[in-house]
Design a protein around this ligand. Structure first.
Ligand code: SAM
Ligand code: SF4
Length: 343
């Protein structure tokens, strides 16, 4: 089957959209402050509405790959809650066009799964780690024994490192008055380890109230703290995603800054998102243009038609991104949390 190049060669301004973030489940075993508001009653997808493994593989093989997608990230919710996640990894890895396969996790269940995921062909893991202090960590991730939770996550990180995931990325959402006092400690993790610590600006998705109360910390403010302590260089290792990459002089690892609040990077966006119930979303911050692929698939719409619909959406994506930014609308834009969309 002929592969479609999803943007025209002369169209230098639009990046090639070849990266699909796949949510395997919208549920989570944590309830992070910034992701799921306390006491929130989220409408979880019913079991029968989740894309099955076969449906997912069918869509990848016959709809997404022919449209030029070659890089896949499994996310959620918490993707390690999905029964058979190792099998999903193995099956996606076996598709010859898969160039990169990664997973975002809170690492709570990772220590027992890291080796199997690695053996199944997972290339990389990104782990959320918002604090090195068990108490603060507990305050962020919610109910449960904070020390046990933190220790189990740290065990998961160590297991990922041990089995060979490299680079290992740690994601930190920085919230004023909650964990911003820890940025130097977190940055220091890169001094002796080849880890990549990424500071993410808190977005008004998921917990608008907390966002309204606390606001967010601009990446430049964090960089300045790090610069004052150790110095900071732009890294020679270029990221291929939204992060700007830096390095403390002499450090083994690198630091990334995802600055979607202070510096819109919509014009670099190379991704789409597939929710656990099969909705394809072209832009995180704009609900326009979403396609319900699961319902269409189950209704027997021919694969060739689905492929064509996705191809059309790819052409529209730059316009959808731009319009969302231009209008600055917030109503409806953040109707679902990151855990529901597939962050
Ligand atoms: N459970 C996995 C995890 O925590 O890595 C994967 C899903 S989580 C929704 C994916 C990413 O979204 C995490 O790095 C998380 O920190 C980020 N995220 C969630 N809500 C956010 C918000 N309001 N602002 C910025 N990042 C957010
Ligand atoms: Fe769960 Fe990840 Fe959201 Fe935290 S950020 S509540 S771990 S989905």
């Amino acid at each position: 089957m002929k592969e479609i190049v999803n943007n025209s060669p002369g169209d230098v301004a639009s990046p090639i959209i070849d990266y699909l973030r796949i949510s395997l489940v919208d549920r989570c075993n944590f309830q992070c402050l910034y992701c799921m508001p306390e006491g929130a009653k989220l409408d979880y997808v019913l079991q029968q509405d989740l894309l099955t493994n076969d449906e997912l593989l069918h869509l990848l093989k016959h709809v997404f790959i022919p449209n030029g997608f070659t890089r896949f990230r499994l996310t959620g919710g918490e993707p390690l809650l999905r029964p058979g996640v190792v099998d999903v990894v193995a099956r996606i890895r076996q598709l010859p066009q898969t160039q990169d396969l990664s997973l975002s996790t809170n690492a709570f269940l990772l220590s027992n799964l890291a080796q199997d995921l690695f053996d199944a062909g997972l290339n990389r893991v990104n782990i959320s780690l918002d604090s090195l202090d068990a108490k603060t960590f507990g305050q962020i991730v919610g109910d449960g024994n904070a020390q046990t939770r933190w220790t189990q996550v740290w065990e998961g990180i160590k297991a990922a490192h041990r089995v060979g995931f490299d680079p290992l990325k740690l994601n930190v959402v920085v919230i004023p008055g909650v964990n911003d006092h820890e940025v130097l400690d977190l940055a220091a993790l890169t001094l002796e380890r080849r880890w990549h610590v990424r500071f993410i600006e808190f977005m008004p998705i998921g917990n608008g109230e907390l966002f309204g109360d606390r606001g967010w910390v601009p990446s430049e403010e964090i960089r300045q703290k790090i610069r004052d302590r150790w110095g900071l260089n732009e890294s020679e290792v270029l990221g291929n995603g939204p992060a700007d990459v830096f390095q403390i002089p002499g450090a083994q690892g690198t630091l990334g800054f995802i600055s979607q609040m202070s510096e819109c990077f919509c014009d670099r966006c190379n991704r789409m998102r597939l929710s656990a119930d099969g909705w394809l979303r072209p832009c995180l911050l704009n609900e326009t243009g979403q396609l319900d692929l699961k319902t269409a698939l189950r209704a027997g719409v021919p694969t060739s038609v689905l492929r064509e619909r996705v191809s059309e959406l790819l052409q529209l994506k730059p316009e959808i991104n731009y319009k969302g930014r231009e209008s600055g609308t917030s109503s409806g834009l953040y109707g679902r949390t990151m855990s529901q969309i597939g962050g």
